[in-house]
Write a protein of this length. Structure first.
Length: 203
């Protein structure tokens, strides 16, 4: 998993509440277990018409936000069914940070496990960042995980909280497998002792 330290990029405004995981990536795209190639399916039912043509009025289809790396949205982002494909699709599109007043718990946890930083802020702060994001290419923000700050286009700074262990994992680029591999030496030593003391467990 890629490290998340500091991100400077365009923020896209998705001013909707209750954006659920089926909206983020519809069920017909869940057949794959690959984490790549899902960016084109992100928000598919909002991005494309029945013929597969892009809808001009959807924010991520508009030139100013096609390269967005930050998404600003409404309450309870990521609600609905549990599907890890949702953060996979966001990440494959290029979005590394989602800002909202609240998130569904499972989606929130899955973001951290996949290198995406979900930031929870009071609604007043989210509304201000949403207004910034509506400025398109002028909506460049800097999200600094180490200092836990968002620098707005006008230079104003918004602070956010993040649980220390999750912060450590993002800064170091550690998912669950990465965390386990950090203990590889200790695991190897334990297995070596077990082979000697309980050889029947090893066939």
């Amino acid at each position: 998993m890629d490290k998340f330290t500091q991100l400077t990029g365009v923020a896209a405004p998705l001013d909707m509440m209750n954006v659920d995981t089926d909206m983020i990536i519809p069920k017909q795209y869940l057949k794959t277990i690959k984490r790549t190639g899902l960016g084109t399916a992100l928000f598919a039912e909002m991005r494309y018409d029945d013929a597969g043509k892009e809808k001009d009025d959807f924010v991520l289809n508009q030139p100013a936000w096609r390269g967005a790396q930050v998404l600003v949205s409404g309450d309870y982002f990521g609600c609905g069914s549990s599907r890890e494909h949702a953060p996979w699709a966001l990440l494959d599109f290029g979005i590394r940070c989602v800002i909202a007043p609240s998130f569904a718990d499972i989606f929130f946890n899955n973001c951290f496990k996949n290198g995406i930083l979900p930031i929870t802020l009071p609604k007043a702060d989210v509304d201000a960042l949403m207004d910034d994001a509506r400025n398109g290419a002028n909506a460049t923000m800097t999200v600094d995980l180490e200092s836990q700050t968002i620098t707005r286009p006008d230079g104003g700074v918004v602070s956010f909280d993040v649980e220390p262990f999750r912060k450590h994992c993002l800064l170091e680029g550690l998912d669950d497998i990465g965390l386990t591999m950090k203990k590889a030496e200790a695991i190897g030593s334990y297995e070596g002792r077990q082979r000697l003391e309980q050889p029947w467990l090893w066939g």
